[in-house]
Design a protein around this ligand. Sequence first.
Ligand code: LLP
Length: 433
Amino acid sequence: MTHYFHYQNDQLFVEDIALTDIADRFGTPCYVYSRAALTDAYRQFSDALKAREHLICFAVKSNSNLAILNVFARMGAGFDIVSGGELQRVLAAGGAANKVVFSGVGKTAAEMRLALEAGILCFNVESAAELDRLNEVASSMEKIAPISLRVNPDVDAKTHPYISTGLKQNKFGVAYTEALALYRKAARLSHLRVTGIDCHIGSQLTETSPFIAAAEKVLALVDQLACEGIKLEHLDLGGGLGICYDDETPPSIAEYAQALLGTLQGRTERLIVEPGRVLVGNAGVLLTKVEYLKPGEEKHFAIVDAAMNDLMRPALYDAYHEILEVERKPVTSPLSNFPPEGERTNEKGDSLIYEVVGPICETGDFLGHAREMAVEQGSLLALMSAGAYGMSMSSNYNTRPRAAEVMVDGKTPHLIREREIVSQLFAAEKIIP
Ligand code: LLP
């Protein structure tokens, strides 16, 4: 837990506001972000890279709220996008098109047109077919598309298989062995301009060595390309730096940056990075309320008002999020004879081991397993480290309106996304005669 989230007299605070106050004002479930945590993480990154020309392209997919994008845009960030929709968000948030890199294996012609019209910095192209399509689209618009090839360096990121992207068997990028031939092809196409090279090997990495291994392979290609007269202007080394959810010990931003800079010594190309999680993950929590306590024969359940539609990571990756009591206080059991005498785990006899689950009709709808907590009906809980891939992966499953989002700035909470209302959810649907 960073100091932006801290206990004061047994009350959990975000900056200078108690989370109980946020729940009173905005209701639950609610994502709550600390603005200072966001700006602090960004500043650590830019300070760590200041020795060389660089551009930090925030990975929009990790958290695409306009207010968050705007905080980074005002600090000079660029953006890594993977859809036309994300491009429109970046522009609506005040981001600069000429600092946008466009990744993704399935760019449509319409998305390419949008990005060319806006004048983005670079397309990170992921296949031979995409090179052809981009050349055609650019030609039809009488524009030249700046491109990088996303090279798959075939290194093991040693992370969860669903978020590992840099191995040969993954769908991402162009094979390392084919990259040279594809660069030659790109250089021949009339409406493309080769400007860089790109790689991204996975997410939630907790060691520097895979980043270094990937960078070294990329640099070997850069040198081969130079021999053939293809000079690159930038090196995009992707994102992927992990954060601490539980007991992981990822390198700090400074250590990661030092390691990258070490491999780039003597190089003049501009460095681009695409961090997502490390800038927002520990800057946000999901605030939720206990609706019911349900004792069971084998397990006790704390049923909360947030669910897998709000925070999908536990259900999808079996991911761990710390769960904290918003008010640490003795609780009186709402049920007679509960908790059972023999199971009481602390002196006050009010803390028990719970499965923390949501109301959705799926067994996979859990937010945490076997958590010891002192809670009662109405208690507030904070799911920690929920700023990245939380709200951005949420859905309306079970016709659940999406949560509100609040950004705290010192003493001031700003509502940065209103809670959805049910009528919005089916406004586009029609009954047929
Ligand atoms: N660049 C590219 C091309 C990416 O695909 C990604 C993430 C990033 C940058 C940012 O990676 P980061 O710095 O955030 O690790 N939903 C998963 C994570 C999926 C990551 C997808 N790509 C999760 O909740 O853990």
